[in-house]
Design a protein around this ligand. Sequence first.
Ligand code: ARG
Length: 459
Amino acid sequence: MAQLWGGRFTKETDKLVYNFNASISFDQKFYKQDIKGSMAHVRMLAKQGILTEKERDEILEGLGSILLDVECGKLEITSEYEDIHSFVEANLIDRIGDVGKKLHTGRSRNDQVALDMKLYVRDEITELDGLVKKLLETLLSIMEENVHTFMPGFTHLQKAQPITLAHHMGAYFEMFKRDRGRLADIFKRMNTCPLGSGALAGTTYPLDREYTAKLLEFDGPTLNSMDSVSDRDYVIELLSALSTIMMHLSRFSEEIIIWNSNEYRFVEIDDAYSTGSSIMPQKKNPDIAELVRGKTGRVYGALMSILTTMKGIPLAYNKDMQEDKELTFDAIDTAKGCLALFTGMVGTMKFRKDVMENSAKNGFTNATDAADYLVNHGVPFRDAHGIVGRLVLYCLEKNISLDDMTLEEYQAISPVFQNDIYEAISMKTCVEKRVTIGAPGPDAMQQVIALNRKYLEEN
Ligand code: ARG
C-alpha cells in the first residue's frame, strides 16, 4: 500500500478501506495526461525560481523515462499504489531520489486530478469528433449517389410521401453535424487550466498559472480555485453530448433493423457486419445495430449517474467526485466503439433500390400530389382532400394503386381529372416538384450536398 500521506496517522489503513478508496485500477487510464501535466508544472516552477534548472531537468528526465517505460510495457502500473498520481511520484523518487520529492510543490491532487480529467476529456473530444466526421463522410457519399433513388418517407411508420434515399440520409447528416457542433462547444467552454488551484484556495507560491495554461494549450487559467477543483460540468456536458450521439445512432439503428427485416428488405447488411443463429440456419441477424441501440442505455446511465453524484456535493473537492471516472471512460469507449462500427456497417450496407422504389409506388405516397393537382385546377384543398380520400378507398377495394386507375374511373369520382394526372402523380414528378431548400427534389438536394461537402472540407 503506497500512499502519499500517512504522517498524521498512527495506524495502517484497513485493507478493505484501502481498496475501497483506491482509484488506480481506473485512473491509470490517464497516465499520459498526468505525466504531461506534471511536466508543465515543473517547467513553470523552474521559470518562477521555485525549482532550479538542474532540478527541473532531473525531474523532467525522470518523468520522461517513466512515460517511456509505461508505454513500452517495461513498467507496469499496479494496484500497489493508491492512484496514478502516487504511482508517478513514487516511481519518480525511486528513479531520481530526493529531488523527485519536489514535484508536488504548489500542487494538490485536487487540482492535479481536475487537470488530468480535463486533458483526458479534451483528447477524447478530438477523437470522438474525428469518428463523427468519418460517419458524416460516409453518409455524404451515400447521399451523392442516391439523389434519384426513390423511397417512401414515413410518418407514424406509415408510408407518407415519396422522398429519396439521399434525403433520408441527409436527415441523419444534419443530426450528426449538430453533434459535432456540441463537441466543439464543450471543448471551447472547458478549455481553461485548473492547475495552480491547489487543494481549494490556491497556493502561497508565486506560480505563473498563465504560463502553465499556455504550456498545456489551454486558453488561460480558471478564475476561481474552489470552482476549479470541484467543477465537473464539462464531464456532464460531454456525457450529455454522447447521449445525444447515441440517441441518433440508436434511431438510425432502429431504422436499419426495420429496413433489414424480411418484410421490408430495403437494405442488406454486409455479411461482415451480421451474425447468425446457433439453431436457425437461415438467420442473418442485425446484431451490431441492435447492440448500438442497446448500448445507448448505458451512456444515458452514465449521464444520470454523474448528475446524481454531483447534486449534493458542497464546495469544494469531495471524494464523491472520484466516481466521475469509470462511468465517463466507459461512456466514451462505448460511444467510440459504436461510432466506428456503425460507420463500417452503413458504409458496406447494400441498399435495394428497386424494393425501395416499389414500396414508394405502393402505398399512396402520391395521394397528396393528387390533391395538389385538383387544387391547381381550382378545387379548394379541403374538397380535394375528400375526393382523393375516395380515390384511395376505391383503390383499396380493387387492390390497385392511384397510377393504375383508368381516366374513366378518375372522372367518375371527379370530372376535374384529365390525362395529365398520370404525370402529375408519377414518382418522378412527386419528388422533383419539391424544390425548396431542404426538400428531396434533386436540385434542392444537390445544393444541400454541395453545402455539406464544403462544411466537411472546412471543418
Ligand atoms: N483519486 C482522486 C479522484 O479521482 C484524486 C484526488 C484525490 N484527492 C484527495 N483529496 N483525496 O478524485
